[in-house]
Unconditional design. Structure first.
Length: 246
């Protein structure tokens, strides 16, 4: 595999054009490439930015979250834990870093935007096999530091299914599926960096295990909360304004 970090200009809140950025900075794409784009510049493209001070962040979080817990005082100050777009994330993904005085929300209909970008780039570069993945930084409980995760995607099957296959001792696997899209997202986000790198896009080339598709597959990654191993923790979240559990 090759990992190609793409340095660009800064995409400027409150609204900027992702297609102009891709046209100017992307190299010639090849068959089988996977393009990773940080969700922040997708949100800026959509104008999903609110000037800091215009509205309280806690109000924004409640507005944006699908489920949440009450605010609490943590080691880091006041914190709100939320579930947004089937992802456990603090503050519904709302970010202030590299935002030039704005709150940047998560994009809307992220997988659909990835689909639009994918189709545009397929036509522009005259290729048939391409996937586009939106990423964000994510924290893991009981671990310091951030890693990358996908928050939307189009053009690939997100999972490799081991169910029914045998392990090295011929034991048939019953449950195991490998999460390809988040594993690759973690590497892409590592290369993007968290500071002033100005690397909002990464191309991964030669990932032969990626299966490309023209179908919408983002729902394949989502596990119903009641089937989740962590459901005893997840069930305490409340749907905002509807008072129901996940």
């Amino acid at each position: 595999m090759q990992f190609l970090p793409i340095k660009t200009r800064a995409l400027l809140p409150p609204k900027d054009n992702i297609f102009e950025l891709l046209d100017k900075y992307l190299p010639k794409l090849k068959e089988g490439d996977v393009l990773f784009i940080t969700s922040k510049i997708l949100a800026i493209h959509q104008g999903r930015c609110i000037k800091i001070g215009k509205v309280k962040k806690t109000k924004l979080i409640k507005q944006e979250a699908d489920y949440s817990l009450p605010p609490y005082k943590s080691f880091w100050g006041e914190m709100v834990l939320t579930i947004k777009d089937h992802t456990l994330i603090p503050s519904a993904g709302i970010d202030e870093s590299n935002a030039n005085g704005y709150y940047v929300l998560w994009p809307k209909n992220t997988s659909n935007l990835c689909k639009q970008i994918c189709q545009y780039l397929k036509n522009k570069h005259r290729i048939k096999k391409l996937a586009v993945v939106a990423t964000d930084s994510h924290t893991t409980p009981l671990r310091w530091g951030t890693s990358g995760i996908s928050v939307g995607f189009y053009g690939l099957n997100p999972l490799y299914d081991y169910r029914g296959k045998k392990d090295i001792f011929a034991r048939k696997l019953k449950y195991t599926q490998s999460n390809i899209v988040d594993a690759l997202s973690a590497m892409a986000v590592l290369l993007m960096g968290e500071g002033n790198e100005k690397i909002p896009t990464v191309v991964i080339r030669g990932a032969k295990f990626v299966k490309f598709t023209n179908k919408d597959t983002h729902k394949k990654l989502v596990i119903p909360p009641k089937k989740d191993l962590y459901y005893p923790l997840l069930k305490i979240f409340k749907r905002d304004n509807k008072h129901s559990n996940p």
